[in-house]
Ligand binder design. Structure first.
Ligand SMILES: CC(C)(COP(=O)(O)OP(=O)(O)OC[C@H]1O[C@@H](n2cnc3c(N)ncnc32)[C@H](O)[C@@H]1OP(=O)(O)O)[C@@H](O)C(=O)NCCC(=O)NCCS
Length: 137
């Protein structure tokens, strides 16, 4: 996965980036921006995503790093909207989305998963640059 992430950063100049806690842990996971595959019902789009090691959950690190990623998307990449999605039961990830000022858009079935798969049902959240500017004012 790290190799894939590195190759996408080499290609685009941005992507998911490593998260570290200065002077404590050199690597606790990743947060950043990605272009999901074009089979997603809301593609083309720019996604924000995250995954941290469990011992570092609940300390605000995902939200802090994701806020920096949103700033980068809107102020440096010129992106007009950022989306995020997760399974309906992933309340932790949805809590991060809400803390970033993102709004629920709709439920959808993940195109890569069979409808009978318990992880199939996903939720989409979004934030536009204009909404982000109001939220962070
Ligand atoms: C989702 C994830 C990145 C959250 O990281 P985190 O650093 O714990 O998030 P934060 O500390 O910034 O939490 C932000 C808010 O979410 C809440 N939260 C975090 N985990 C939660 C959980 N499991 N259930 C409910 N709320 C949760 C926090 O309480 C916090 O809200 P608060 O400030 O009002 O208390 C982390 O749980 C993770 O890596 N999960 C596994 C990978 C994953 O699910 N990735 C997303 C796939 S789409």
């Amino acid at each position: 996965m790290a190799k894939k992430i590195q190759s996408l950063i080499a290609e685009r100049g941005w992507g998911f980036v490593a998260v570290e806690i200065p002077d404590q842990h050199a690597f606790i996971g990743f947060v950043g921006l990605h272009i999901p595959k074009d089979t997603m019902p809301f593609s083309p789009c720019v996604e924000i995503g995250w995954r941290l090691a469990p011992q570092h959950w609940g300390k605000g690190y995902a939200t802090e790093a994701a806020n920096a990623s949103l700033h980068y998307a809107f102020m440096h990449l010129g992106v007009e909207e950022v989306v995020s999605f997760t399974t309906v039961n992933n309340t932790g990830s949805q809590a991060v989305m809400k803390k970033l000022g993102m709004s629920y858009a709709y439920h959808f079935a993940h195109p890569d998963l069979d409808a009978s798969d318990p992880l199939s049902e996903h939720v989409l959240y979004k934030i536009s640059k204009a909404q982000w500017e109001v939220f962070t004012r």
